[in-house]
Design a protein around this ligand. Structure first.
Ligand code: FAD
Ligand code: NAD
Length: 476
């Protein structure tokens, strides 16, 4: 499909949309020998999302948790084409994908449509704002998010609030407002972010801004009756008590109804409305499907009826299509939209694709042999071909495509104050653990799952730098 591509028209073309958890796991495990592989993603890198909240307060440098996608693709048996572009539309009938280069610098050609035999959609999700007024305009996002720079922008905004509060002559009310940070969403993103904000305050701001530090206030607002519904009750209680000690206010059964320039409007548990002045609002209210996903689903109204995302069968095939697979946050399954699920789905699909390539090649072989058989007059030759047909059929019968099975390795979250929580499956039950030891486990688990030696070194160095010199409070 393009001059730079290692294209072989005897092989099937596999197009992968995205370079996140699902796509990279697929690409790592995929044997590319039998495919023309094309990866299309607007970011030419993989982002290690679990450590993103640490970027928001400057514990980690954003570049430490990203790694070029070419880091994987350049070592593949057959070359893989990586195209930095955004998929705009999928035509499931014509079996094509259209994409365009939406980055600031474009060449003369910046839109293309290419055919696929197999398409893997792993475009993730985007931030869900429920159309609440003012969120887009006034809140910071931990998402779009799949954007490390956005997270470091948050640190700049946080520092701006503090410097403005330090401006001479600022009234007491204005200082209180500027130093009030509101985090919306008590899912793991909101919790981890509040914990990181608290660490920044305790570890650094207290010594750099002693006159202001005690006035900084963090409020976490959650619409449901409790935070972290995916964790066990014991760990929810532990998180709530840690937050209480850390002076992070949790407001549950409270819904943000509007975000204004200098405040948030809340619907309180008794349904009354309250306006809370604040300097910064961070939105961690969950996910929704991307436009390209929604557009494709809209073309298949009879089969794609779930508003959460693409409906797939047990083999991750998009319902109502042929040759399209969906993995990760863009799909709607019985699993939570996590990196763990996306990564396992990607690895599963890589194995499936190898099996499918074997099946395809045996099917081609059988077709050729059967045609040959009808043309050959010689009995012995016909027998030889019949034997070969039998062998190929036997090999075909052995190829079993097994359904996807998710194996939960546990949930981990950092909650600030050098404490983490973990729900780990053990024997046939769960172990719930929280505290300093879990925090060290959290750090080592993430360090070891980071993408590359480069990432591991950079993250370990960032942690060491923060230990030695504290976080950077200079606002560039
Ligand atoms: P993503 O990883 O989001 O990747 C989507 C990819 O698609 C990106 O490369 C993006 O650039 C690309 N893309 C976007 N639009 C297009 C388009 N139009 N065309 C082509 N490509 C496109 N999960 C855990 O299991 N453990 C954790 O500790 C954890 N921590 C998290 C912390 C934060 C702050 C966040 C936000 C999420 C966290 N998650 C965690 C959830 C996890 O990140 C997601 O479930 C995971 O990223 C899903 O993988 P994915 O491949 O579906 O999507
Ligand atoms: P989420 O959907 O888990 O949580 C969002 C929360 O925001 C919900 O509890 C919702 O009730 C609340 N909310 C939405 N609108 C609101 C409003 N107007 N007012 C008040 N509250 C509102 O989203 P998330 O935390 O970003 O997590 C997304 C996915 O990523 C989940 O599957 C999660 O498990 C995964 N994740 C995992 C980890 C981890 O394991 N450490 C970390 C981050 C994310």
């Amino acid at each position: 499909p393009g001059s730079q591509l290692p294209f072989d028209d005897t092989k099937k073309t596999l197009v992968v949309l995205g370079s996140g958890w699902g796509a990279t796991s697929l690409l790592k495990a995929l044997d590319t020998t039998e495919y023309n592989v094309v990866v299309i993603s607007p970011k030419n890198y993989f982002l290690f999302t679990p450590l993103l909240p640490s970027v928001a307060v400057g514990t980690l440098n954003p570049r430490s948790i990203i790694q070029s996608i070419r880091y994987i693709t350049r070592h593949k048996t057959r070359g893989v084409s990586v195209i930095e572009a955004e998929a705009q539309a999928v035509d499931p009938v014509g079996r094509t994908v259209s994409f365009s280069d939406n980055s600031p610098i474009k060449g003369e050609t910046s839109t293309r449509t290419i055919p696929y035999d197999y398409l893997v959609i792993s475009v993730g999700a985007e931030v869900q704002t429920f159309g609440i007024p003012g969120v887009q305009e006034h809140a910071c996002f931990m998402k779009e998010l799949a954007d490390a720079e956005q997270a470091s922008l948050m640190q700049k905004q946080f520092m701006d609030c503090i410097e403005s509060a330090a401006f001479p002559g600022q009234s007491k009310e204005e200082v209180e407002r500027l130093l009030h940070m509101v985090v919306v969403g008590g899912g793991p993103t909101g919790i981890e972010l509040s914990g990181e904000l608290h660490d920044f305050l305790e570890d650094d701001l207290k010594s750099w801004y002693p006159e202001l530090a005690s006035k900084i206030k963090i409020t976490l607002v959650e619409a449901l009756p409790s935070v972290l519904p995916m964790f066990s009750k014991q760990l929810i209680d532990y998180t709530e008590s840690t937050f209480k000690e850390s002076k992070i206010d949790i407001m549950t059964k409270t819904m943000v109804k509007e975000v204004k320039d200098k405040s948030v409007v809340l619907q309180m548990p008794d349904k009354s409305m309250k306006e809370l002045p604040c300097g910064m609002v961070v939105w961690a209210g969950g996910n929704k499907g991307r436009q390209v996903t929604k557009d494709l689903m809209a073309r298949l109204p009879a089969d794609q009826t779930n508003r959460r995302g693409i409906i797939v069968d047990d083999y991750l095939r998009m319902k109502g299509t042929d040759g399209i697979y969906a993995i990760g946050d863009c799909s709607a399954t019985s699993y939570a939209p996590t990196a763990q699920v996306a990564a396992q789905q990607g690895a599963y699909l890589a194995r499936m694709l190898v099996q499918m390539a074997k099946k395809d090649s045996l099917e081609n072989k059988l077709e050729t042999l059967e045609t040959e058989q009808t043309k050959v007059a010689d009995d012995e030759e016909r027998k030889r071909i019949a034997d070969e047909v039998n062998v190929a059929r036997g090999q075909m019968a052995k190829i079993k495509l097994r359904p996807f099975h998710y194996s939960h390795q546990g949930s981990l979250a950092y909650i600030g104050s050098e404490k983490a929580i973990a729900d780990l499956p053990f024997m046939n039950g769960n172990i719930a653990s929280g505290g300093m030891a879990t925090y060290l486990f959290w750090r080592s688990a993430y360090l070891s799952t980071l993408f590359s030696l480069r990432n591991r070194t950079l993250v370990a160095t960032d942690w060491l730098k923060v230990r030695l010199f504290g976080r950077d409070v200079a606002r560039d």
